[in-house]
Structure formats: C-alpha cells, structure tokens
Ligand binder design. Structure first.
Ligand code: 3PG
Length: 305
C-alpha cells in the first residue's frame, strides 16, 4: 500500500529517512512530497492509502480525490487543519501524535520570553524571570513542559485547564486557577497552549489582556485564531507596558509591527516544532501509527470518533 508524506513545511532529512525506514519495513511504499502545492497534493493522494501531514490543510475536496485513503496522521498535536467531519463521512481515521513535539514548543516559549525581556537583544537594560509569575493557559503536554522548564527559572506558576484536576497541577508545583480572568490578572507572563476550536477562537482579546499586571507579556505558541487581533491591538495601544510575542504571525502582523515595533515579535513561519528532534519524534510516531492502522486498524490516537 502507498503512504504519502505531504508537507508544505519540510521535516529534517533524518526524519524523512526514518519515516521511510518505518514504512518500508512494514512492506508499504512511501512517496514523499515536500514543499508541495495544493495541486501536488491533489495528484499524489489519488492512490494513497495512508497520509502523513503537518499543518497542511486536508479538507473534503482532498478526501474526494483520494478514494483509497484509509488513514491520515497529523505529525504533531493540533488537528484543526483537518476536516474531521469530512474524514468521518469518508470512513477515514484521523490521528495526531500527542506529546512528540511538546518539548520543542515549550523550549521556544522561553526563547521568546527571554528575548522580549532582554529587549530583543538591543543593548538596553532588560529584566529577569526569577520570581516572576507565569500563567499557563491549558495544561496539556506543552503546558506541562512549560511548567517543568519554568521551575528552572524559579518562576511562580499558575495554570488554567478545565479538563485537568487541581491535584494534577498541584503535584507539579502549579497553582490551579479556574477562570481566564484570574489567569490574566495574576500573571505578568501568560503563555497560550489552547487549541483552535469553536470555543477558543477570538477568545483572547481586549478585556483579558487589559487585566494583565504592569509589564505584561503575552506569549502565543498555540494558534493565531485564538486571538482577537483588534482587541489585542487596542490593549497594546492603551497600555504601552504590554508586549506580545507569537510563533504564528497575526493576520495584521504588519500593522502590529508598524505600531508597536520592538513591543511585538513574530516568527516568519511557525517554528515551535521545527527542530531535528521534534521532526524525528513526530515523524516516526506518525509513520508507525499509519502502518499500524493499515495493518490491523490500530487507532489509539484517533480524534474523529
Ligand atoms: C502542532 O500542532 O503540533 C504544532 O503547532 C506544530 O505544527 P507544525 O508541524 O506545522 O510545525
């Protein structure tokens, strides 16, 4: 059977080699299309039985073009790029690879925080993290890794996650809070790890950001869709002490950069999971999951059931 690896943003070469080894060892064949266009995808999926992607958009039109497709694995955590309803209608199993790239994202959070606290390394006096408060919005795999690293900086930690019991957070030395208002008003730094869902879209805006203490820094390594950009912009206009750093360029990135200069920073392309290690871990997990599904229907991480 054919497994297609399609990515607009390529994996490290060692990860592609490892994916190939897993697929070949299972007796299946791998086709690799990296930095591919939508037209490339539509052509290559025609006879694919399994598909491995990253943040690439997989909608009903792609599935219509892929009559043999049985399984899609998103090599990563967030699966908002895949139309789950269409997949279910097509009888396609969709899985993600939870936890495989979470350390990479968590490390970037601190790279971004330190960069902002040292004024983007412009030579001006900055500030330290020790003893400062960090609010972690969603205590999943990335949030827990953020907490682990933050302890090394001696930060005080709070987290908000309605799906995680208080004692789980307390066991990690993290104080649970139960509303976004508490999280934003009690922490100078707030790091977002919520997925983009109908509930979270545009949920971080003016009211919440204005609650942040003096010198507030909002860190977004999650999804741009969770931000109400107009509301955030208004808050940054009214509060010159606030800063925003994001691994996902906002739609209005140029306006933000023009208005707020060094108070904002955006990576040119989402880089959180773009490490050799995360590429390898997520890529190999995805390959193993695809071949296991094709072999005997293994579906531990199915997200459309
Ligand atoms: C994820 O959801 O796993 C991260 O956002 C990484 O996405 P990427 O594979 O597009 O870098």
């Amino acid at each position: 059977m054919k497994v297609l690896l399609f990515t607009e943003k390529p994996f490290a070469p060692a990860a592609v080699k490892a994916i190939e080894n897993v697929v070949n060892a299972s007796g299946n064949a791998l086709e690799v299309v990296e930095m591919g266009t939508r037209a490339d995808l539509m052509e290559a999926v025609k006879n694919a039985n399994g598909l491995i992607v990253r943040s690439d958009k997989i909608d009903g039109e792609v599935m219509d073009a892929a009559p043999e497709l049985k399984v899609i694995v998103r090599a990563g955590a967030g699966y908002d790029n895949i139309d789950l309803e269409a997949a279910t209608k097509h009888g396609i199993c969709v899985m993600n690879t939870p936890g495989q790239n979470s350390n990479a994202v968590a490390e970037l959070v601190f790279g971004m925080i330190v960069m902002m606290c040292r004024n983007q390394y412009n030579g001006k006096s900055g500030s330290e993290l020790k003893g400062k408060s960090l609010g972690i919005y969603a205590f999943g795999q990335v949030g827990r890794n953020v907490a682990r690293i933050a302890k090394g900086f001696n930060m005080n930690l709070e987290a908000l996650d309605k799906f995680v019991a208080d004692d789980v957070m307390e066991a990690e030395g993290v104080k649970p809070v139960h509303t976004p208002e508490e999280l934003f008003s009690e922490n100078q730094f707030v790091s977002l790890h919520i997925p983009a869902t109908a509930e979270t879209r545009n949920s971080i805006g003016y009211d919440l950001v204005m609650k942040m203490p003096e010198g507030g820094v909002l860190i977004n390594t999650a999804r741009k869709e969770v931000i109400d950009e107009a509301g955030l912009m208004k808050a940054l206009e009214e509060r010159p002490d606030l800063r925003y750093v994001s691994d996902i360029r906002p739609d209005a990135a140029e306006d933000f950069e023009k208005k707020f200069a060094a108070r904002v920073f955006f990576t040119p392309k989402k880089m959180g999971a773009q490490t050799a290690e995360a590429n390898f871990n997520a890529g190999v997990a995805a390959a193993e999951q695809v071949v296991a599904y094709l072999k005997d229907g293994w579906n531990k991480y199915q997200v459309n059931k």
